[in-house]
Each structure stands twice: as structure tokens, then as C-alpha cells.
Design a protein around this ligand. Structure first.
Ligand SMILES: Cc1cc2nc3c(=O)[nH]c(=O)nc-3n(C[C@H](O)[C@H](O)[C@H](O)COP(=O)(O)OP(=O)(O)OC[C@H]3O[C@@H](n4cnc5c(N)ncnc54)[C@H](O)[C@@H]3O)c2cc1C
Length: 483
């Protein structure tokens, strides 16, 4: 079979891959591109996760694309609404014509002689290997394994007689009406599941080893709705987007510079929501400072309401063992359950799980240094879309797509076929990709590329600085080598 060649090959048709298609349509209209998607449908995260209540945990004014105003009533949106927004972006802009579903990319190798990537993908259920070549490879493959989430090794897990479900494997037949449910975890998934399941379950217990910062925000933004009515969707979208970006940056800086003050602000919100008799110290006061791990957002304080109404409760303790009837804790007490949900996190992965080689030499992602948080030292013509950890994912991905288009157009204008960031400054030291203390980050950070201690190797996690670097920064900065 002949190998198909395109100018740009995008891996993944989630929020980022569809966004990348839009930017290429707009800014590089002459370029031929394909999007290879391993799954049977587009949407990525927003198609995969089907657990009750699945929703965004950042506002859609910043999680939405810069080019497509979010016009729904709710600013903390349900997964299905986000999925429709992605699908609509793909169909309205003809991006869907470029997508090949059921193509899982397994390997990509760069040849300097030909200045192109050869990409191997497994197609369909037979896993037949098909090849493509491209001038530029754009990985929009997210950051976690789709096959399965993370579940720690729990003692006695086989003895439990009820159903055990990981939220990543939720299916439509799971019935929890009138059941006693234990949700293990304290992250975004757990705080979403608990109030939603508590609507019909007999009782839901959130069992956490240690607490997380939880903050209530309105599910709908009334000011945005008024602004939209008065000035139209586009103006309102950009005004609220900027307001939310700036508020987010201000709060993140407050957390990093005055952690005690930020901590008091967050905890007083919880005390106000749960009343003075609630043990906020045990269940909602983390051992770390705010934004050393991701904050959990609860729209309209739904988690707090369900606790107040007695539909759900929080237990902070360590698991000793699973039993036939539920979970025995280290203090000897037992939580009885008909169903246990292990909201214990994701398994992170790099480069969409594909292996890379440059001129026949296998690449170890952990030995790479990221350039502007989107390309890698010594890897030519390859970028990846990775969002922020402290703000909405799409803010960074939009800027990354803009930069990739600028880079491709720059190379065209100058007749270059290859570009590669080279790190030659001995004063640049390696820093871990993310400085979060969360378990899922700590478990995997060693496998991730590093960032550097200085520009342009430093990962800003700051939208304003990234605008300067990616939208306005020089394409020929002396570090990117062209040939
Ligand atoms: C439950 C949940 C809630 C979240 N909520 C928020 C939020 O509110 N705000 C926020 O900013 N972020 C949130 N995130 C992070 C979220 O993943 C991003 O917001 C965003 O959806 C990522 O989009 P993406 O397209 O980059 O990656 P994904 O959504 O992961 O999509 C990647 C796509 O690439 C495909 N793919 C991967 N590898 C390959 C391969 N080798 N070959 C072919 N195809 C491949 C996958 O099948 C998938 O379709 C959330 C994540 C989860 C899990």
C-alpha cells in the first residue's frame, strides 16, 4: 500500500487536535493535514468519561477556544455539552473531513536526509499497520492513558462482594439508586461524583486519605449572561475570558506568594458553606499549600449542599483492607457499601504512548528538555499540545497552535525544511516538568521531559508570559536551528 504524505500530521482528535485543525485551516490554508485518532469517535476526554455528573472544573470562557465563543448558559459545563462544542467546531469548519478514526499511532521516526517523519499507526480491530509521512508532526494526544486509570493495590480487593468501578470505565448499565456507595478519592472526579450520585443513592461516602482544597463557584456566570445580552456573544466572551484569566493568575500568585492568606480565604469559604459545627480541620484542610496541587472547584457548592443535607459524608482515614461488605479502615472501623468507586486518578503517559526515533536513534522522553513548553531539544519538526496545570488547558493549546502555524509559515518563506531547538547553554539546569505534589504527578513525573531553568526552556504556566513568548516572540531566536 502506498504511504500517504501530508504537510502536517496531527495525532489525536480531542479538544486540542480539533483546535489545531482550525488554526491550520485559518493560517496555513495551503497545507495538507490529517488527524489520526485512535478511538472510534472524536472529543477525547469529553467523549471517554461517562461517569455521573462529568463536567469541566474550570470555566468554559477559558476552556473554550479563542476563536469560538462559548454561548451556553452554564460556565462550568457538563461533559456532553463540551463534547457537542468540539463536534460542532469540527463539522462547522470542515475539520472532520481530515480525521481518520481507528488509527492509533505507535511509532514515528524522523529522517534528516528526507526532512520528514514516517509515522506508523495500527488501524482498526485487526491492528493492521499503516504508514504516513509528514513534514511536521503535531502531537495533540493528551497526557494520560485511555486504556485504564490508576488504581492502587488495595489489600483484599477480591473479597468485596459488591461492584467496584473506576470512573474511567463507567458504563450506562451501572445502577446505584438506593445503594450505599463509597467513593475513594478526593480529587476533581470524586468531588463531582459524590453530590451527583447522592441524588439517588441511599448514601455516598467520600473516603479520602487526605483532604484537598475545595472551592465553590457559581455554575452560571450571571454577569457574563448580562454582558452577552447587551454587547453580543463575541464581545462578552473575550471580556469574560480575560477577566477570568486575570483573576486566575492573581489568585495563583497569591497562593504562591502569600500561602497563609490564600489558605484562610479558601477555608473560610468551606466553613461558611458547612457551618461552624463541621470538622473542616479534618476533612477540608490539606497538609500542603493552595496550588501545590490542583484546586477542586464545586459548582454552586453542590458537594457542600449534599453534605449539609446528610446525603453524603466525608471520611478521612487510611484503608486497611477491602472486606466482603465494604472497607475496613486503619482505625478498625468498617464502611459498609453496596458499590465502591475508585476515583483514584489517571495513569499519565507521554507522546500519546508512541515511541519516537531520530535518524534511527530511539528517543527517551525523560532525557528531553521542553522548548517553550511545546517542542523538544534535538527533536526536529515536532510539537505537542500540553495545557496549563494552573489554568484552562485550551489557553496554552491555542497559543501553541498559533506558534506552530507561525513556524511553518516562517520556514516556507525562507525555504527551510527542518527546525530543531538546540540546548547549548551550560548554565541552563534541568527542572521537573511540573512542581505539583499530587500523587498522579509524582508517580509519573520522572518519565516526562524536563523543563529548563531559563527562557525559552522554562515552562511559564502563565498565559500572559506565553502570549509574549508564543504570539509575539521571535521565531528565529538563535536557539531554534533551521536547515
Ligand atoms: C475528567 C476530566 C476533567 C477535566 N476537566 C478539565 C477542565 O475543566 N479544565 C481543564 O483545563 N482541563 C480539564 N481536564 C484536562 C483535559 O484533558 C483537557 O482539558 C483537554 O480536554 C485535553 O484535550 P486534548 O485534546 O489535549 O487531550 P484529550 O482530551 O486527552 O484527547 C486526546 C486524543 O488523542 C487520542 N490519542 C492519544 N494517543 C493517540 C495515539 N497514539 N494515536 C492516535 N490517537 C491518540 C485520544 O484517543 C484522544 O481522543 C480534564 C481532564 C479530565 C480527565
Amino acid at each position: 500500500m502506498a504511504t500517504e504524505h501530508v504537510d502536517v500530521l496531527i495525532v489525536g482528535a480531542g479538544l486540542s487536535g480539533i483546535g489545531a485543525g482550525f488554526h491550520l485551516n485559518e493560517k496555513c490554508p495551503d497545507k495538507r493535514y490529517l488527524i489520526l485518532e485512535g478511538r472510534a469517535s472524536i472529543g477525547g476526554t469529553w467523549d471517554l468519561f461517562r461517569y455521573p455528573g462529568i463536567r469541566s472544573d474550570s470555566d468554559m470562557f477559558t476552556l473554550g477556544y479563542s476563536f469560538k465563543p462559548w454561548t451556553h448558559e452554564k460556565s462550568i459545563a457538563e461533559g456532553s455539552t463540551i463534547l457537542n462544542y468540539i463536534r460542532q467546531t469540527a463539522s462547522d469548519n470542515g475539520i472532520d473531513q481530515h480525521i481518520r478514526l481507528h488509527h492509533r499511532v505507535r511509532h514515528a521516526s524522523w529522517s534528516s536526509k528526507d526532512a520528514r517523519w514516517t509515522v506508523e499507526a495500527e488501524r482498526g480491530e485487526t491492528k493492521e499497520v499503516v504508514s504516513f509521512t509528514c513534514n511536521f508532526l503535531f502531537l495533540c494526544s493528551g497526557y494520560y492513558k485511555y486504556e485504564e486509570g490508576y488504581t492502587p493495590e488495595f489489600k483484599g480487593i477480591g473479597s468485596f462482594k459488591g461492584r467496584i468501578v473506576h470512573p474511567q470505565k463507567w458504563t450506562g448499565d451501572i445502577d446505584y439508586a438506593d445503594k450505599r456507595v463509597v467513593v475513594i478519592g478526593s480529587g476533581a472526579t470524586a468531588v463531582t461524583l459524590v453530590p451527583e450520585m447522592a441524588k439517588t443513592a441511599r448514601h455516598v461516602t467520600m473516603l479520602q486519605r487526605s483532604p484537598t482544597y475545595v472551592v465553590a463557584r457559581p455554575g452560571s456566570d450571571d454577569f457574563a449572561i448580562r454582558l452577552r445580552k447587551r454587547f453580543g456573544a463575541r464581545f462578552a466572551y473575550h471580556a469574560i475570558r480575560w477577566r477570568n484569566v486575570l483573576l486566575g493568575m492573581y489568585f495563583f500568585q497569591l497562593c504562591r506568594r502569600k500561602p497563609d492568606r490564600a489558605k484562610q480565604l479558601l477555608l473560610s469559604g468551606v466553613r461558611h458553606a458547612l457551618g461552624k459545627d463541621y470538622d473542616v480541620q479534618t476533612h477540608f484542610t490539606p497538609r500542603y499549600n493552595p496550588w501545590q496541587q490542583r484546586l477542586c472547584l464545586v459548582p454552586d457548592g453542590d458537594l457542600f449542599r449534599s453534605i449539609r443535607e446528610g446525603r453524603s459524608s466525608v471520611v478521612t482515614n487510611q484503608i486497611d483492607t477491602f472486606t466482603e461488605k465494604g472497607i475496613r479502615l486503619q482505625d478498625g472501623s468498617e464502611l459498609e457499601a453496596d458499590m465502591i468507586v475508585t476515583a483514584t486518578g489517571l495513569s499519565l503517559q507521554v507522546m500519546g504512548g508512541a515511541s519516537l526515533a531520530v535518524d534511527g536513534k530511539a528517543i527517551e522522553p525523560a532525557k528531553l528538555m521542553s522548548y517553550k513548553g511545546m517542542m523538544y531539544s534535538d527533536i526536529p519538526n515536532l510539537a505537542s499540545a500540553m495545557g496549563y496545570t494552573n489554568a484552562s488547558w485550551t489557553l496554552k493549546c491555542d497559543l501553541t497552535c498559533e506558534y506552530v502555524c507561525r513556524l511553518i509559515n516562517y520556514m516556507d518563506r525562507h525555504g527551510y525544511r527542518a527546525c530543531v531547538p538546540r540546548q547549548t547553554d551550560p548554565s541552563v539546569t534541568e527542572v521537573p516538568w511540573i512542581d505539583f505534589t499530587s500523587g498522579y504527578v509524582q508517580r509519573s513525573v520522572a518519565k516526562f521531559p524536563k523543563q529548563g531553568s531559563k527562557r525559552p526552556w522554562k515552562l511559564y504556566q502563565n498565559y500572559a508570559l506565553d502570549i509574549v513568548s508564543l504570539r509575539f516572540g521571535k521565531i528565529d531566536d538563535g536557539i531554534m536551528q533551521y536547515s
